[in-house]
Design a protein around this ligand. Structure first.
Ligand SMILES: *Cc1c(COP(=O)(O)O)cnc(C)c1O
Length: 387
């Protein structure tokens, strides 16, 4: 009997230990974990440097209020600012908090320049920005909002790829366009670089802010530190979360100087956000991921893996429709419902997770070994051949 609320459809398996790319079930079975907490454990399980960082910090100081200066957070913010478009960082605890804070930053900016009616946020229909009340209405998904009314106003939606309606829906009350650079839950749909470029131009022309939600695709997941970097586009606001804590809950909103000017003292706050324990771990994660060799390795291994997946697709063109994604944010789109395929992979000791549009989402740790990728390829091939 479980006393946990029934809001998750859990697989009947529990794990007691994790090491690198692997998880060990309470029954002692070994699984190749290509879920990694949904793109959270960017460095795999039990990374020695993260263990050391956590254990050292745990002996010093865990939590102080944001009423005081937190040096570990100052340090992490500086690192983020030095390597990205951002001029300022605001720490949170999760992705939904980060996307909601991003919305607050956008609205507050226009309020601060005397345009309080410029407050609507334009999003992609059936995107994913988190599960809090405003975030579900930002996502514009019927399933996620069902039963949670009244509707939170202030969001408009266009369909993925529908540039005409995107242009039409921007009006004088639009504060920002908010999209995921790569749609994760929505089925690993990459926004092409030329689209991002066009969108930036459009936002400039219409004097609208660009929010790129990199909660899932950021922090090296795409092979670049941010997925938008490849397009050379500079967003105004970027919420991040999943990968930055390597398994420890951290969220943040990155912003440029212009929009940060609205966030004066007292406009936003978080009790837990940016506490010393979280910040120390964030520093360790970013130090490792920021090494050029690290991301080059992600790109190289991802290229190999995606090439091999495409070869499998060619052998089984009636099962696999498309290989999608970038870096280690990969989707295997099937022709039919993916539930059984994911179960078969799991029976063969490979953990993956679903995304929309019949997609099997594959999220190895960023430091996965090539030999581990080969194990996964072998299992995927076997499941295809038995299918
Ligand atoms: C996971 C996710 C969120 C929400 O993050 P939580 O930590 O679950 O609140 C928001 N945006 C995107 C793109 C995500 O993938």
């Amino acid at each position: 009997m479980s006393f946990l609320a029934k809001n998750y459809n859990r697989k009947k398996i529990a794990f007691s230990k994790g090491k690198g790319s692997f998880l060990f079930s309470v029954k002692g079975e070994k699984y190749l974990d290509f879920v990694q907490g949904i793109a959270v454990n960017s460095l795999g399980h039990s990374h020695p440097k993260l263990i050391k960082s956590l254990s050292n910090q745990s002996k010093k100081i865990w939590h102080v209020s944001n009423a005081f200066i937190i040096p570990e957070g100052e340090k992490l913010a500086k690192k983020i600012v030095q390597k990205t478009f951002a001029d300022y960082v605001m720490f949170q605890n999760s992705g939904a908090e980060a996307t909601e804070a991003a919305i607050k930053v956008a609205r507050r900016y226009f309020y601060s320049i005397g345009k309080p009616n410029k407050n609507r946020i334009l999003c992609i229909k059936n995107s994913f920005h988190g599960r809090t009340i405003a975030a579900i209405y930002a996502s514009g998904s019927k399933k996620m909002t069902e039963g949670f009314g009244p509707k939170v106003n202030g969001f408009d939606h266009f369909n993925f790829g529908d540039h005409k309606s995107l242009k039409k829906l921007i009006n004088k009350n639009t504060a920002a366009v908010m999209i995921e650079t790569i749609m994760g839950e929505g089925g690993i749909k990459v926004i092409p670089d030329w689209c991002l470029k066009g969108l930036r131009k459009l936002c400039n022309k219409k004097k609208v802010l660009l929010i790129l939600d990199e909660v899932q695709c950021g922090i090296g997941r795409s092979g670049d530190f941010f997925a938008f970097e490849k397009s050379k586009v500079k967003p105004d606001i970027v919420p991040i979360a999943k990968g930055i804590g390597g398994g420890f809950p951290i969220g943040a909103v990155l912003m440029n100087k212009k929009v940060a000017s609205g966030m004066v003292a007292g406009t936003h706050g978080s009790t837990f956000g940016g506490n010393p324990l979280a910040m120390q771990i964030g520093n360790t994660v970013i130090d490792i991921i920021s090494k050029k060799r690290f991301l080059n390795n992600v790109k190289k291994n991802s290229k190999y893996f995606i090439n091999q997946l495409n070869k499998i697709k060619m052998i089984y063109p009636n099962i696999i429709k498309e290989i999608r994604g970038r870096g280690f944010l990969i989707g295997l789109q099937l022709y039919n419902d993916q539930t059984n395929f994911i179960k078969k992979l799991m029976d063969n000791k490979l953990l993956t997770i679903r995304a929309a549009e019949n997609v099997v989402r594959i999220l190895p740790p960023l430091n996965v070994k090539k030999s581990e990728l080969d194990v996964a390829l072998k299992i995927i091939k076997k499941v295809c051949s038995d299918y």
